[in-house]
Design a protein around this ligand. Structure first.
Ligand SMILES: C[S@@+](CC[C@H](N)C(=O)[O-])C[C@H]1O[C@@H](n2cnc3c(N)ncnc32)[C@H](O)[C@@H]1O
Length: 267
């Protein structure tokens, strides 16, 4: 559990505005993006194996559910922000495809980290996914896309790493066409108290050990787990989505709120 003292020390009332959370620490606002980049540089090669190891494969189910909520169609242009090694993009292309060789949705995978994108490109080649994807190195807070240019915006396990979440949400609204869909999968608050205690113990103490064994890097996984605690709960994040000008924001808890899928529309 995060104690009140920890919360006060990292982002509670009175925390200076030129600093932001980096896990349980406060760091200079200008330094966070570089520190997040270092984390994903370090974990890129073992990222996919670690996801299976940490979640017991559950992340696959969560991602499948996210993409089935999106229900992508051939010809749509989807922007997958913080798309990393391509897990969401591959699902979108495959799910939207009509027939074996038919038309599919087009996905732009955008990530701030070139190492993650390189692993993603290699995986796409291995799967024979040559068409329908493009890979862009860029920042969720300053998207290199025109206004009203995409049919859907997706982001999975990415938004909690962004320095200014409200700015990233405003960017999501800006690039969506009117009638466009916003779908976000992110860690959230476990709603069952007993499970929450077990989950807290597992994530704070076991996950960094798995990170040390598999990725040779416990520190990055300390950050990733701590960043989950710092992320707003289901209701607070729903309010942030609405504050960014997106409409009809809703959420669906999966695995008792370990993660939640947030959806909204640009009207
Ligand atoms: C936990 S990974 C998620 C990857 C992928 N979406 C998935 O679900 O497997 C988080 C990703 O967010 C990216 N990221 C962090 N900050 C970002 C930013 N400001 N803009 C774009 N991507 C960012 C990281 O580089 C990393 O690839």
């Amino acid at each position: 559990m995060v104690t009140d003292a920890e919360h006060m020390a990292s982002g509670g009332p009175g925390a200076p505005e030129d600093t932001v959370d980096f896990g349980f620490r406060r760091v200079a606002r200008t330094e966070k993006a570089g520190m997040v980049r270092d984390v994903f540089d370090s974990v890129a090669r073992s990222y996919d194996v670690m996801n299976d190891a940490m979640s017991g494969g559950l992340h696959r189910l969560w991602k499948d559910t996210m993409v089935s909520k999106l229900s992508p169609r051939p010809g749509q242009h989807v922007l997958d922000v913080a798309g990393g090694t391509g897990d969401i993009a591959f699902r979108i292309v495959n799910r939207s495809r009509k027939g074996e060789d038919g038309a599919a949705a087009h996905v732009t995978v955008l990530d701030i980290n070139q190492s993650m994108l390189s692993v993603g490109r290699d995986r796409a080649l291995d799967r024979g996914l040559l068409d329908g994807l493009d890979w862009v190195c860029g920042d969720a807070m300053n998207l290199p896309l025109p206004d009203r240019s995409v049919d859907a915006y997706t982001i999975a396990f990415g938004i909690r790493n962004v320095t200014d979440i409200a700015q990233a949400l405003r960017e999501a609204r800006r690039v969506l066409k009117p009638g466009g869909r916003f779908v976000c999968l992110e860690f959230s608050r476990v709603v069952l108290p007993t499970l929450r205690r077990l989950y807290d113990g597992y994530s704070l103490h076991v996950v960094p050990r798995i990170g040390r064994v598999i990725a040779g890097d416990a520190d990055s996984y300390h950050y990733l787990v701590e960043s989950i605690r710092r992320f707003p709960d289901q209701q607070a994040f729903t309010t942030m989505i609405e504050d960014a000008g997106l409409s009809q924001a809703r959420h669906l808890d999966l695995s008792a709120g370990i993660v939640a899928i947030h959806t909204a529309w640009r009207i």
